[in-house]
Design a binder for this molecule. Structure first.
Ligand code: ADP
Ligand code: ZN
Ligand code: ZN
Length: 705
């Protein structure tokens, strides 16, 4: 009899410990077991095995679910590391490593099997017709196909033992065939490839302006690693970018690819996972969770658009894909290339200090960056959100059969109050960030410090009494633009229009073939490469510029620069119209000059002043429950516990599931100490406050919630 230490399937930190069970069957670490927990049956994951236990009345394992361990040594260690680094439960990290069908959880997806017919190696006398049919079929064949061809004799052939049925896991290839574009590399591209290939450093930041041919650099780097017989992981941001990038990688490498992203069905995820595990493919292209694929011989990690928010998961375990990628690269002694036209401040700061090796592509393939026109909304007339100059440019494009992209930033939905007279935005006097208007209480709330101000209907700047809320949805905009341009075909792309599987890809195809205007949220700023797009309009740049969060300016720069980057990528010159009330804002000016360094230097000063990342580490703790007083008390106690750190809050943030939520934000420059303290607090907390839920987010990308 053995004793096994088992993590129970539930993600909660309150159960972040192992439970002991007895097991008389053969078992290994890393296998799943069915056990009884409380009065229920549930699934557990074996963490360790002992031959003795001091405990009394130990229950026995009900069933051993795997014969072989699901995770190798590397991934087991990685889960352990993640659990500590992000203060997440071990089981939540273990689950992340596996496709849904293999997760240790009761409601896991089932694996789909199908019947396959094999020919037996026997000599049995057959009728002429039976023999003919056997000869025409190439075995093995799907049972459904076999029945179609063999018709009435199918049953007899099976009964006679000429053929046999076997159950097999149903696998499907996701790779589509498309044609590859052969290019002659530009000197800058060659230089980048050689620097990375010959470099001694392990991490590279490839900073290439939009349209500089980064993808081609990736493909060439990948090729040489594949030639050595090693595996390549190619990470891309969520959905937005994926269809075009997947196409390009498939066009180059054909069948040798597994594709992994959140829109796949559970069965598809399982198939792709098996392709990697069985060493049937050498390349994985995928979003966030692809970073956990079971590689055995990884030779290169490429992370495209490394600044993208979708790389951070917003549920436990709240990991950042970059952290995991760097760790896996270190384990496999392989190089990791982070790439972006608009690198995150953290990454660029590291490259600046030579922690990462900086590689730059400073020219576009077509050698012209688009011209940026700043449209001052304070002085220029606009109609339906489209300024006169943008409208004229659009008309001109349609005449030339070229295409237009219109960006309406998602943050435009947030109710921010602006004075109609002097255009001043209501901001928090302490934090200098925009206040959000709360209609129910007729007050304005700062989402950073939590202070609330009654809405007095008087502008603090010019004393006028007229305000308007900025923000218009994409749907309404589509309607209005259609009346403005009744003959043009508009494609709208936002969360609503892309909900269905493959909707994203279809919309892009329609736009490429017959569309005139692609209108949408941030989604349309990501990675699109359309030759005929020569005009980009950013309708409301201000909604991005308003500081609601320490990272606001960074994401504003990224959105504006990336959106601009979609214009004029082919052989026609591109133009960009940025509509704003703040034409002199440093983000706008940096974008106008295509000057990342200007943006970087100025933003670093702000981060330094405010003691924000990359100058400090953050951890956000969010408390929620039905009982408001108790939640406030608990979050204040937490503040007291962490008094050695700089603590912001508690701040009331938006409700979830009808529950009030309070957040405190911890700042520190000692990561290890911060981490240990949060872990210690979490362990203690889970013994005490069962009524108030605590969510821990180490290194949050955003503090505004
Ligand atoms: P980025 O990712 O840097 O924005 P892409 O990799 O999408 O840029 O490249 C922009 C366009 O230029 C693509 O259509 C690509 O096929 C093309 N391209 C890349 N390298 C070359 C080259 N050396 N010669 C000609 N065209 C190229
Ligand atoms: Zn404030
Ligand atoms: Zn005013």
């Amino acid at each position: 009899m053995n004793f096994v230490e088992v993590y129970i399937e539930h993600n909660t930190l309150a159960l972040n410990q192992t439970f002991t069970y007895a097991c008389s069957q053969n078992i290994q670490v890393g296998c799943r077991v069915k056990v009884s927990f409380g009065n229920k049956e549930c699934i557990g994951f074996v963490q360790s095995i002992h031959s003795q236990s001091e405990l009394k009345n130990i229950k026995e394992v009900i069933e051993v679910l795997d014969q072989e361990p699901l995770l190798n040594e590397e991934l087991m260690q990685l889960a352990d590391y993640m659990s500590h680094y992000y203060v997440a439960s071990q089981i939540s990290c273990l689950k992340m490593m596996l496709p849904p069908a293999l997760r240790p959880q009761s409601d896991r997806a089932s694996i789909i099997y199908e019947d396959v017919v094999y020919k037996n190696n026997v000599s049995i006398e057959l009728t002429k017709r039976q023999q003919e049919i056997v000869d025409t079929i190439s075995f093995p064949i799907l049972a459904s196909e076999f029945r179609k061809i063999a018709k009435s004799v199918a049953k007899t052939l099976l009964e006679k033992g000429v053929v046999r049925l076997e159950k097999q896991e149903k696998h499907r290839q996701l790779v589509e065939s498309s044609t590859d574009k052969k290019v002659v590399l530009k000197p800058e591209q060659i230089n980048a490839i050689q620097t990375i290939q010959n470099g001694k450093e392990s991490v590279y930041l490839l900073h290439g302006v939009t349209g500089s041919g980064k993808t081609e650099v990736f493909l060439q780097l990948a090729q040489s690693v594949l030639n050595e017989g090693k595996q390549v992981l190619f990470l891309v941001p969520e959905i937005g970018l994926t269809p075009m990038m997947i196409q390009r990688v498939c066009a180059r490498f054909g069948q040798n690819i597994a594709i992994f992203h959140s829109r796949l069905s559970d069965q598809e995820k399982y198939d792709q996972y098996q392709l990697v595990k069985n060493n049937e493919v050498n390349i994985v292209v995928g979003t966030r969770s692809a970073v956990f694929m079971p590689f055995s011989n990884l030779g290169l990690i490429l992370m495209d658009e490394e600044h993208d928010n979708s790389y951070k998961q917003d549920q436990m375990p709240r990991y950042h894909t970059r952290d995991i990628a760097l760790r896996r690269a270190a384990y496999h002694h392989c190089k990791c290339v982070l790439a972006s036209a608009t690198p995150s401040l953290e990454s660029y700061a590291r490259a600046y200090k030579n922690v990462y090796k900086l590689v730059t592509l400073s020219n576009r393939i077509n050698e012209t960056m688009p011209d940026i026109h700043i449209v001052n909304l304070q002085t220029e007339h606009s109609h339906f959100g489209i300024s006169d100059s943008l409208k004229r440019a659009m008309e001109d494009r349609f005449e030339k059969n070229e295409q237009v992209l219109l960006l309406l930033n998602r943050r435009g939905y947030l109710p921010i109050l602006r004075c109609q007279e002097c255009h001043e935005i209501m901001t928090c006097p302490d934090c200098g960030i925009a206040l959000s208007y709360h209609k129910s209480t007729n007050s304005c709330v700062c989402h950073i410090c939590g202070n609330s101000y009654p809405f007095l209907n008087t502008c603090p700047n010019c004393k006028s009494h007229s305000f308007f809320q900025t923000g218009m949805g994409t749907e309404k905009l589509e309607e209005q633009i259609q009346t403005m341009f009744p003959h043009q075909k508009i494609i709208r792309m936002d969360q609503d229009s892309t909900r269905k599987k493959n909707a994203h890809k279809k919309l892009l195809e329609t736009f490429e073939n017959e569309g005139d205007i692609l209108l949408g949220t941030q989604m349309i700023t990501k990675g699109l490469d359309f030759e005929r797009v020569t005009c980009v309009g950013i309708l409301n740049a201000d909604s991005a510029l308003v500081r609601q969060d320490y990272r606001s300016s960074e994401s504003a720069y990224q959105i504006l620069e990336q959106a601009s980057g979609r214009s004029g990528r082919g052989n026609k010159k591109g133009e960009v119209f940025i509509q704003t009330y703040q034409p002199e804002h440093f983000v706008i000016e940096s974008v106008k000059e295509h000057n990342y360094l200007r943006f970087f230097n100025q933003e670093m000063k702000y981060r330094h002043l405010g003691w924000y990342p990359p100058y400090s580490y953050l951890c956000s703790l969010v408390f929620s429950s039905n009982k408001v007083e108790e939640t406030i008390k608990v979050s204040s106690d937490a503040k007291e516990f962490f008094k050695e750190f700089k603590v912001l809050g508690p701040v009331e943030i938006s409700m979830r599931n009808k529950q009030k939520r309070y957040r405190i934000l911890l700042k520190s420059n000692n990561l290890e100490y911060l981490n240990k303290s949060v872990e210690a607090y979490s362990a203690m907390y889970n013994k005490l406050h069962r009524n108030v839920k605590m969510e821990i987010n180490m290194h949050p990308m955003y503090v505004e919630e």
